[in-house]
Design a protein around this ligand. Structure first.
Ligand SMILES: [Zn+2]
Length: 127
């Protein structure tokens, strides 16, 4: 003889919501001590909720607004890192320019590279 699940559920029909009754499914044989059918057992209910939550989280993360916020954060981080790299490069370039100009061996071609780095730095600092 199999016992019935102890979960209370809505009844059937038009007035079912007002006639709560006991679930008619038999107790899940894997966990008979808990007294729930497989559908109403807390383990199954939790797994179903986690699966649903994961699907919702994935759907939420793919929304354009959420992706835009994420991409904006990434862009800001990239600009900050580029700004640090470029300002360091410009500082080193100014140092070497001064050293080589003092020695009379500064290549004018390098000046245009330094100017481009300065332009890039200005762009990165004001996105
Ligand atoms: Zn049940």
């Amino acid at each position: 003889m199999s016992e019935k699940c102890k979960q209370t559920v809505k009844g059937v029909g038009q007035w079912g919501a007002f006639k709560m009754c006991q679930c008619s499914f038999p107790v899940w044989t894997e966990h008979p001590e808990d007294g729930y059918c497989k559908m109403h057992h807390p383990v199954t209910v939790e797994a179903r909720r986690d699966k649903s939550q994961a699907a919702w989280d994935k759907k939420w993360a793919n929304r354009p607004e959420v992706r835009l916020v994420e991409m904006t954060k990434q862009r800001d981080a990239l600009y900050e890192a580029l700004g640090e790299i470029l300002s360091l490069a410009v500082a080193w370039a100014a140092y070497y320019q001064a050293v080589y100009e003092a020695g009379g061996t500064f290549d004018p071609e390098h000046k245009s590279i330094i100017d481009k780095a300065k332009v890039a730095l200005a762009l990165v600092e004001k996105p």
